[in-house]
Design a protein around this ligand. Structure first.
Ligand code: ZN
Length: 81
């Protein structure tokens, strides 16, 4: 099931962020195609790892993002879509 604008469905709640092993923090939008595709196929929770051909991302829920004050390094927002 695709969204009206053609993007893959997003199963992650708004505000979810991902951190790779190099410490890079990103939202779904700025995590690249592999992460977007993976995030649209399965619901992940805190501490889960999404392994893509390029990276290993640890999932941070919106609640943890808010508590820890994390933000996407690209758009500097707390896990917007
Ligand atoms: Zn972002």
């Amino acid at each position: 099931m695709a969204t009206p604008d053609g993007r893959p469905p997003d199963l992650q709640p708004a505000g979810t962020l991902y951190i790779n092993q190099g410490g890079r923090v990103t939202c779904t939008t700025h995590g690249g195609g592999y992460l977007q595709a993976a995030a649209g196929q399965q619901r992940y929770v805190d501490g889960d790892h999404i392994t893509t051909p390029l990276d290993d991302w640890e999932v941070f829920s919106p609640e943890v993002v808010a508590e820890d004050g994390l933000e996407c390094e690209t758009c500097a927002r707390g896990g917007h879509r």
